[in-house]
Design a protein around this ligand. Structure first.
Ligand SMILES: [Zn+2]
Length: 613
């Protein structure tokens, strides 16, 4: 840990946080940015500075000029102080802080000038003051840290909203035991007429009452409680009302757990769709989404979310935007393949990237296997079983056809794969598609890759094919001691290995409704740096990464994983003015204190959209 922190340069001024082992962070052409600046009526001076910064940031691939991290700041301040009269008046200036730009050179600056919705300049406070005019709003940072707005590169806005608003919270912690869960459910049942569904939201691997206990405590209400989006437990009333009994077959890709007598135990793994749980209505979603976006994302400094929702959820986003009720969070929407017919979608000619900077089309997401321990597709039987190799939602052949179609039609593709067998088949599919239709900059992704790592050969294939791994650092928190103690277990959340090999994994919370608290990027930072589980154990601590890399994951690398690094993910001239002011500097506090850091101000599109009192 010492060496990791040593690298971060805690003197609060200018530090080179760039280790030099990353491949080119900034593939964006700064010349595009220059056109943008021209459109915004910038002066020749700013164009010069933008070009200068582009020169510093670009460099040849893998051979970045890192001899002088002061260079960008130096260029800016010299040019700006030499000819102050040419600077355009900024709409917003933030000054006197530690500005972690996350640019390719690891520049730390002091101030930022914003014109319209774009960053006009980054530099010393003195240099940026030349942008201040009578109409400029000034934010005094008073030494606080300014970062690019965080990007959550894999989450579910609709699922989070319904979880946040409509499910009975029964998470342990804050509850302590299965009896506590039972008491909360019983209390709710007493308030509702018999036959009314109760849906509870717990969290991963928490103690839960059995079906029998639920039956005794709440015999007349159908009850379903989630550990996660994958695993739920239902009472007998819920199964009865859903027409489920011992003869109900397992659904494709899922599993109804059964006891020795063949009766369902009440536990459904990737099979909750069999339960006739009433879903929140469209109107419910319209009501729940805006406050959820504000409370869970904006108030934590997250300014962009790559979201996967149902088609109805997407329609709700459209409606909210039309009404002007969508909070100022930039959304990129990826479509889950189970929700639509692929041929119909690709025949429309719609492609990844369509839309604008507020709402755009992301990827096609394919849910291929399940979760580790039960339904992830493996080569070895899951621990404690002799014949459970997990489940696949489709055959490798089907996946290949789908990937080929989506790839040929110009889509980015994300495939959910927790197990190595699923990962190999996904890579087979990507490989076949890339052979047939070569595309150097496809940025296809494997979601959950590196959470459970079994075989380095798969890493080699990922690297060769240029597929982006999307691990979830926040899930380190839920690692059980049971898993840690298993002989021959996979290596867990191999973040350091990924980064050392040149991958740029995007940060994300993938919290759905299960871990809403983990949407705060400081939660992921803490897990990525400290590697501790909620049970107090260390999870492969040699895979810890630096706070600076955790910041990169949640900014520039996330942007890159969504083809957006030319417009966001770092504080550089020409990029969108999406920023967060933090209460403390994550690069200076002890890792144990990361969770005490709060977003004090969130700025999106050059506007202050959240301010903490
Ligand atoms: Zn997800």
């Amino acid at each position: 840990m010492e060496s990791l922190r040593g690298r971060l340069g805690g003197d609060g001024r200018v530090a080179s946080a760039c280790s030099g082992r990353y491949k080119n962070d900034r593939e964006a052409s700064m010349f595009d940015v220059n056109f943008d600046l021209l459109r915004h009526g910038f002066t020749g001076l700013v164009m010069v500075t933008a070009r200068a910064s582009g020169h510093v940031a670009r460099g040849p691939r893998g051979n970045r000029n890192r001899s002088n991290p002061m260079r960008l700041v130096g260029v800016l301040s010299i040019l700006l102080s030499a000819t102050p009269a040419l600077a355009q008046e900024a709409d917003l200036v933030l000054r006197g802080g530690k500005v972690v730009t996350v640019d390719g050179s690891g520049t730390i600056a002091e101030a930022v000038a914003v014109v319209g919705n774009h960053i006009a300049a980054v530099g010393s406070t003195e240099a940026i003051e030349t942008y201040i005019g009578p109409g400029t709003r000034i934010v005094e940072l008073n030494g606080r840290t300014l970062l690019p707005g965080f990007i959550d590169a894999h989450n579910h806005v609709e699922g989070s909203a319904t979880g946040h608003f409509f499910r009975l919270p029964v998470a342990v912690p804050p509850l302590e035991t299965a009896d506590d869960v039972l008491a909360v459910v019983r209390k709710r049942a007493n308030e509702l007429p018999p036959g009314t569904w109760i849906e509870g939201q717990g969290t991963y691997y928490q103690p839960m009452p059995t079906r029998e206990q639920l039956d005794t405590a709440v015999p007349d209400h159908p009850v379903v409680i989630r550990w996660s989006a994958h695993d739920v437990i239902a009472n007998s009333k819920a199964m009865e009302m859903s027409g489920i009994d011992r003869n109900t077959p397992d659904p494709a890709g899922g599993h109804i757990e059964r006891g020795p007598d063949g009766e369902p135990t009440g536990i459904f793994r990737d099979a909750r769709q069999l339960l006739d749980l009433p879903q929140p209505s469209y109107e419910d979603k319209l009501r729940a989404i805006p406050p959820t976006l504000r409370e869970l994302w904006l108030e934590n400094g997250v300014t962009s979310v790559y979201t996967m929702d149902t088609l109805e959820g997407v329609r709700a986003l459209q409606e909210l935007r039309r009404r002007g009720e969508l909070p100022p969070v930039r959304l990129s929407i990826s479509f889950m393949l189970r929700d639509f017919d692929l041929d119909a979608l690709v025949s429309t000619g719609i492609q990844t990237g369509f839309g604008d900077n507020w709402l755009k089309i992301g990827a096609i997401k394919i849910l291929f296997d399940g979760v580790w321990g039960t339904t992830a597709a493996t080569y070895e039987p899951h621990y404690g079983t002799t014949d459970n190799y997990g489940n696949l939602s489709r055959t490798g052949e089907q996946l290949r056809e789908e990937v080929l179609k989506a790839h040929a039609a110009g889509w980015q593709i994300w495939i959910h794969c927790n197990g190595p067998r699923a990962q190999d088949l996904a890579l087979d599919a990507f490989e076949a598609a890339l052979e047939r239709y070569p595309r150097s900059d496809h940025r296809h992704r494997i979601e959950h890759f590196a959470n459970f790592h079994v075989d380095d050969k798969i890493l080699d294939r990922m690297e060769r094919l240029g597929v982006i791994p999307v691990p979830q650092a926040s899930f380190i928190w839920r690692t059980t001691d049971e898993l840690l103690d298993q002989e021959g277990r996979p290596r867990l959340y191999i973040l350091r290995t990924l980064i050392e090999r040149g991958f740029r994994p995007p940060g994300n919370a993938d919290s759905v409704g299960t871990q809403p608290f983990s949407i705060n990027p400081m939660f992921s930072f803490t897990r990525a740096v400290l590697r501790t589980s909620k049970f107090g154990s260390e999870v492969d601590p040699d895979e810890a990464i630096s706070v600076m890399d955790a910041i990169r994951m949640h900014t520039i690398w996330a942007a890159r994983s969504g083809f957006e690094e030319d417009i966001k993910g770092s504080l550089e001239p020409g990029k969108l003015a999406d920023m967060v002011v933090l209460s403390k500097d994550p690069l200076s506090v002890s890792p144990e204190d990361l969770m005490s850091i709060q977003a004090m101000m969130t700025i999106v599109d050059g506007r202050i959209v959240f301010e903490r009192n």
